[in-house]
Design a protein around this ligand. Structure first.
Ligand SMILES: *[C@@H]1O[C@H](CO)[C@@H](O)[C@H](O)[C@H]1NC(C)=O
Ligand SMILES: *[C@@H]1O[C@H](CO)[C@@H](O)[C@H](O)[C@H]1NC(C)=O
Ligand SMILES: *[C@@H]1O[C@H](CO)[C@@H](O)[C@H](O)[C@H]1NC(C)=O
Ligand SMILES: *[C@@H]1O[C@H](CO)[C@@H](O)[C@H](O)[C@H]1NC(C)=O
Ligand SMILES: *[C@@H]1O[C@H](CO)[C@@H](O)[C@H](O)[C@H]1NC(C)=O
Length: 497
């Protein structure tokens, strides 16, 4: 059993290793997520091995797969929990109730397995039959539908490497985000966790092999106080949930939250549709040097977004799409894609939160993203984007835009980039296209790995690492659900460097 002194000591050793890892990366100037660095620190083998009741002793359970004979699914099995319908499908049945906080009714977005209505009018901009008016909140539905078609589903949970909990967390919380009664806001989260923790699957790893997926940002589930004016539900701070992982469109700074791409409008059903789209984007002429799609916000005039809009509007080579105006509605796939396909660079300043769906629209269009904050992409989509961000994007630190730089500073930075560098970044962006799309759940890409495949790989690897920690006799809770305050501070390292 646990020896409290040994445990404390091992925590201290862990902390020392963790700190030295951080220092190492500070000194050598982060070029990828601090999250990854921190994870490595936590997983460095520690001293003081001891028998741990959580060690998986059954050899076929969650096997590493490398030497498990001929089963092509070895080490990749996922078990889907069969939740009571009130945690998922009932929410879709009652879609009329989900409308709060969105401009349109959510009901039409449910069709086509969560992809939304097929775009009928391509206007020469999109390709046939592969584009849908997809709503970001449907990611949890799309992911669930894709998981039901996953080629390595485990019928028997004992052979699964990870356990998927198909709770429509974002849709559920949207019913209650504005409820002043805190206990009402958290009620379904509590019900779900209560249900989960009573199942036999829970005991196996105390939930550390369980994961959920959400189409909202993680912060919506991380209310830190019980003050009624504080935003969101407490889902991710409830004890059972802290043993689980969540994948969502934007991760918080807690280490058991992981970011996966926002769903775009493009949901190809075959490899050839992707290849054809990629070659079309390679061949585009791009009359605009840069573009920005977003809504100006009066209350954000001094923010980076306000400055970016100013700079775009005063430049002759920038195309601004005003998402605030009705006729230019950015929720129409054609509007945004037409401009992004005609631009070399697409500006992606943080908005209300760090990330934006527009990052992925820009990649789809072969438009090189320009980031202003490391939390917008580099420290988020670590399973999907190359580690070396200079290969596929331009980084302009926020302070360079907000502080002493004169008008046109963004344009000047972009003009300094050579045509060769530009071409090689664009090729890198175009190569990313398959990795950031969610292929149509009703069919399967033949050879390409899509955003879903990479997310599944990422979470299985993560659970496998936890298993290793347990196998080595260490405490899997150390660092698992900790806040990592370095996660979004990339620009500070740049300042120091
Ligand atoms: C797992 O399998 C290996 C090789 O087949 C064997 O040496 C080992 O003892 C097994 N471990 C357990 C816990 O059954
Ligand atoms: C789309 O389909 C129409 C008619 O079916 C065809 O004429 C057109 O060439 C197709 N466009 C693309 C981009 O495949
Ligand atoms: C919140 O709702 C619950 C359940 O309906 C109720 O018991 C409780 O009194 C409410 N709390 C407040 C502060 O209104
Ligand atoms: C979380 O996991 C730890 C083991 O790592 C376990 O002791 C604890 O009971 C779990 N919490 C819940 C609520 O199941
Ligand atoms: C990152 O990519 C750039 C551009 O391709 C290259 O010049 C640089 O050497 C790479 N850095 C690392 C650390 O690989």
């Amino acid at each position: 059993m646990e020896n409290p002194v040994a445990k404390k000591w091992s925590q201290e050793v862990w902390f020392a290793i963790f700190t030295s890892f951080l220092l190492f990366f500070v000194l050598f100037c982060f070029d990828y997520s601090t999250l990854m660095a921190a994870d490595k620190g936590a997983l460095t083998p520690l001293v003081n091995k001891r028998e741990n009741p959580l060690v998986i002793s059954d050899n076929k359970t969650g096997s590493t797969g490398k030497n498990s004979g001929s089963d092509p699914c070895a080490g990749q099995y996922i078990y889907i929990h069969d939740l009571p319908s009130r945690f998922n499908s009932d929410l879709l049945k009652n879609c009329r109730l989900l409308t709060r906080g969105t401009e349109n009714s959510m009901c039409p977005y449910i069709e086509n397995e969560g992809l939304g209505p097929l775009v009928e009018d391509y206007e020469g901009v999109l390709s046939n039959k592969s584009w849908f008016s997809t709503n970001q909140f449907m990611l949890e539905v799309i992911f669930h539908n894709k998981m039901m078609q996953y080629r390595c589903l485990a019928k028997d949970s004992s052979m699964a490497s990870a356990v998927f909990v198909p709770f429509y967390a974002g849709l559920d919380v949207s019913l209650r985000l504005w409820d002043a009664n805190i206990s009402m806001r958290d009620s379904s989260a509590r019900d779900l966790l209560n249900w989960l923790s009573k199942k036999p699957e829970w005991k196996k790893m105390w939930g550390r092999d369980h994961f959920m997926v959400a189409g909202r940002i993680s912060w919506d589930f991380r209310r830190q106080t019980d003050d009624t004016t504080d935003w969101g539900s407490k889902l991710r701070f409830l004890p059972e949930s802290m043993n689980m992982s969540m994948l969502s469109v934007e991760a918080s700074s807690w280490r058991n939250d992981y970011a996966i791409p926002y769903p775009t409008y493009f949901h190809p059903s075959r490899d050839s549709v992707v290849f054809e789209w990629q070659s079309r984007m390679r061949g585009r002429t791009r009359p605009y040097l840069f573009a920005f799609a977003g809504a100006p916000r009066p209350d954000l005039t001094n923010s980076i977004r306000g400055k970016v809009i100013d700079q775009c509007q005063t430049s002759n080579s920038c195309k601004f799409i005003d998402c605030g105006s009705v006729e230019n509605s950015c929720s129409k796939p054609v509007t945004v894609m037409r401009v992004f396909q005609s631009s070399v660079y697409c500006l992606q300043p943080p908005g209300d939160s760090y990330t934006r769906r527009s990052i992925f629209d820009s990649i789809l269009a072969g438009c090189i993203p320009v980031f202003f904050h490391p939390g917008t992409a580099y420290s988020q989509y670590v399973w999907h984007f190359p580690k070396n961000h200079t290969k596929y994007s331009v980084y302009i630190p926020v302070r360079d835009v907000l502080k002493d730089l004169t008008e046109g500073s963004i344009e000047k930075v972009l003009l300094r980039i050579s045509k060769n560098e530009e071409a090689s970044m664009r090729e890198e962006v175009i190569k990313l296209i398959p990795k950031i799309v969610y292929a149509d759940p009703r069919s399967r890409l033949e050879t390409l790995e899509d955003a879903f495949d990479l997310a599944v790989k990422g979470i299985i690897e993560r659970v496998e690492e936890v298993r290793r920690v347990i196998r080595e006799g260490n405490d899997p809770s150390v660092g698992f659900a900790e806040e990592d305050s370095y996660k979004y501070t990339f620009s500070q390292y740049n300042n120091r460097g």
